[in-house]
Design a protein around this ligand. Structure first.
Ligand code: PAF
Length: 284
């Protein structure tokens, strides 16, 4: 498995694979990999002959008070994990390669980015849309795989690929969870033991709310009471707990099993801001 740092080198690999009639999957990451990322590679491998993993901590999706500088990084371990998962190539561009002097193009997906993390992390979803548009154009892969933990991000990426006629099929990979149900995240490594134990309550509380909504509880009332147990469990601040439709992210007023819905949350504990989402009456 090689690592390339330029778009030209990435494209040379992809061109050679295409000349050999091989298909290609891209798995964009920001490094600090865990089993959740490896599941993206596994899904990519199941669909395509070759898998490229990009590792790029994208500065444009971090706000000024966020953890860009502190974002975890472990290049050697990342490469070992990717190789073990069957990845064929790492694309690890520099900031200058991605955003050369004079770079001035923005990508905004309206309608899907004003709620949830788009509301609580201003500019975040625009930064994601920008870098993913670039990665999709750079790799020109047949498939690109993203985790369902970032459900809103996945919805935004599906929409931009459709709207901009990007001929890469976007695949969602199910959330990979720890034994207590905590969704795997690079930011989990910010947690000390007590915070880690408390963090396991996030999915428990969301699952309880999702189950109650599926059983007929009023959505608004259920969401109104979901914050308190998170704060009691040890979370210091809850950005949102909301029930929204999975496809267009509109708020659910009354749950209709014919229109799939999910309960979404973002909450802070210690240095970590954790997100999760759980299907109402469906697999997590
Ligand atoms: O989900 C992530 O790790 C990032 O948002 C992504 C998709 C790699 C874009 O920087």
């Amino acid at each position: 498995m090689e690592t390339v740092c330029t778009v030209a080198d990435l494209r040379a690999y992809v061109r050679a694979w295409r000349a050999a009639e091989e298909t290609v999957a891209l798995t964009p990451t920001m490094g600090a990999l865990h089993e959740g990322h490896l599941s993206l590679v596994t899904l990519g491998k199941a669909r395509a002959d070759r898998v490229v993993a990009s590792i790029f901590v994208n500065p444009t999706q971090f706000g000024p008070a966020e953890d860009l500088e502190a974002y975890p990084s472990d290049e050697v371990r990342d490469a070992e994990m990717l190789e073990g998962a069957g990845c064929d190539l790492i694309f690890a561009p520099s900031v200058e390669e991605m955003y050369p002097p004079g770079f001035s193009t923005k990508v905004r997906v309206e309608g899907l980015t004003e709620c949830l993390c788009g509301a609580t992390r201003p500019g975040h979803m625009d930064g994601v849309a920008q870098v993913v548009t670039k990665l999709l154009n750079q790799a020109q892969a047949d498939y690109a795989v993203f985790g369902e933990k970032d459900w809103q991000q996945l919805a935004v990426i599906r929409r931009l690929a459709r709207d901009l006629d990007i001929p890469t099929e976007i695949l969602g990979a199910p959330i990979v969870r720890e034994a207590d149900g905590l969704a795997m995240s690079s930011r989990n490594r910010y947690l000390d033991d007590a915070q880690r134990a408390a963090a396991g309550q996030l999915n428990v509380i969301l699952r309880r709310a999702a189950d109650r909504i599926a059983e007929g509880a009023a959505v608004e009332a259920e969401m109104a009471v979901a914050r308190a147990p998170l704060l009691k469990a040890g979370f210091e601040k809850v950005d949102y707990v909301e029930c929204r439709h999975g496809d267009d992210l509109t708020l659910v007023e009354t749950f209709d099993p014919a229109h799939p819905a999910r309960v979404f949350a973002a909450a802070h504990i210690g240095r970590a801001r954790l997100i999760d989402n759980i299907a109402v009456a469906g697999p997590a």
